[in-house]
Ligand binder design. Structure first.
Ligand SMILES: *Cc1c(COP(=O)(O)O)cnc(C)c1O
Length: 383
């Protein structure tokens, strides 16, 4: 195993020959980032209004094949606002994955709703349609008001937030069908999956809403940023209104008609976001090329490379490998990080964290299996 780890480190270093230390994911600025940011500064419109915000929203709608996009300060705020727009209330339950980044579960908690953790499929790392069905059939009942309630807790199950883990699309069409049947609103956490498609449709465009992040470690970044996409005009309008302090448009009067949020993306960030989004196809094809090289290399080793499923096209945001067991995973993490190659395990499952330790969960066998074995390996776009 030791020589295998050594060979892997040499191979990864050979993929990034100009790096002393190979990071997991570095941003790349080779397009119009400087031009647009300077232009935004020269225009003096650096803050909450400006042409780049409008342009970025148009581009996002186009890229994702949705009718509307609203640019926001980050992915977490986009998740928060999407759940408010889904009319999730305090003490409702929201179904999500145990295997996800903390922001998904946090956003549910901001509303005072309770996350319920469902298992993922082993081949997508996204919410498992079969596990969702068995959870609902076992615990759910549709009451006279048309909503699904959890028979155990008595709480309403209002929304479901699957996540496209590391840019690999989950079986989102099946999840949509299940949620329709149970009258549960589906919001896609597509924070990691810009440029990823399932059955020819962009991730984030299947649910009532989809949410994206443009944080520094994501496939494209504008420092910090997020977006909410939807085909529903009323939701898009309300999203924009609620995220701009719910101010009623007027030449001078300060009238606000809801408790709003200051969640709008500044024009300065939008300038950078436009330039980055122009590179999306280029970046995704470079990332897929890197993934192919990894795939070939690991096919000759004892380490399993995680590949996209049929009918999906992943952006390979972070490449993933699966080690034999937790011990081998830990040996791999130690060796690589001590030898100039940054690698990371997957997140600790949400239900194991202090804040969520009393949460309801389905059977989490797949999540636990992945948690013990998965490692992310360097995945930056190479010039
Ligand atoms: C990055 C990320 C978010 C949060 O996005 P921010 O822009 O960092 O707030 C939410 N969900 C997932 C799955 C993410 O990876």
């Amino acid at each position: 195993m030791m020589t295998e780890n050594k060979n892997t480190v040499s191979f990864i270093k050979s993929l990034f020959p100009d790096k002393e230390f190979v990071h997991l994911h570095e941003p790349v600025f080779i397009g119009n980032e400087r031009n647009y940011v300077l232009d935004a500064i020269d225009s003096t419109f650096v803050s909450s209004v400006g042409e780049y915000v409008n342009r970025f929203e148009k581009m996002m709608a186009e890229v994702t094949g949705t009718k509307y996009a609203v640019a926001l300060v980050n992915g977490t705020s986009a998740l928060h606002i999407s759940l408010i727009l889904a009319e999730v209330k305090t003490d409702d339950e929201v179904l999500t994955q145990a295997l996800t980044f903390i922001a998904t579960a946090n956003a549910i908690s901001y509303i005072g709703a309770k996350p319920v953790f469902i298992d993922v499929d082993i081949d997508t790392m996204g919410m498992s349609p079969n596990k969702l069905i068995s959870f609902l059939e076992e615990n759910g009942e549709i009451r006279n008001d048309g909503y699904t309630y959890n028979k155990l807790s008595g709480k309403r199950i209002k929304a479901c937030v699957p996540m496209h883990t590391f840019g690999f699309p989950c079986r989102i069409d099946e999840l949509v069908t299940i949620c329709e049947k149970w009258n549960i609103i589906l919001v896609e956490d597509s924070a990691e999956s810009i440029g990823s498609y399932y059955k020819g449709k962009h991730t984030g465009s299947f649910g009532l809403m989809g949410v994206f992040s443009f944080n520094g470690n994501k496939t494209i970044t504008c420092g910090g940023g997020g977006a909410l996409v939807t085909n529903d005009e009323a939701i898009a309008k309300l999203a924009k209104h609620l995220t701009t302090q719910a101010k009623v448009p007027h030449a001078w009067e300060f009238r606000h008609d809801y408790i709003g949020y200051n969640y709008r993306m500044p024009n300065l960030n939008a300038a950078m976001a436009c330039a980055q989004l122009e590179q999306l196809d280029n970046y995704v094809s470079k990332k897929r090329e890197l993934a192919q090289q990894y795939n070939l290399f690991f096919s000759k080793s004892n380490i399993k490379f995680f590949d996209e499923i049929e009918d999906s096209k992943a952006n390979f945001w972070l490449n993933c490998i699966l080690l034999k067991d937790k011990n081998e995973r830990d040996r791999f993490l130690t060796y690589t990080n001590n030898n100039g190659v940054m690698t990371r395990p997957v997140w600790i499952l949400m239900n194991k964290l202090e804040m969520f330790k009393d949460s309801l969960t389905g059977n989490l066998a797949n999540s636990e299996w992945i948690e013990d074995r998965l490692v992310n390996i360097p995945s930056s776009v190479r010039l």
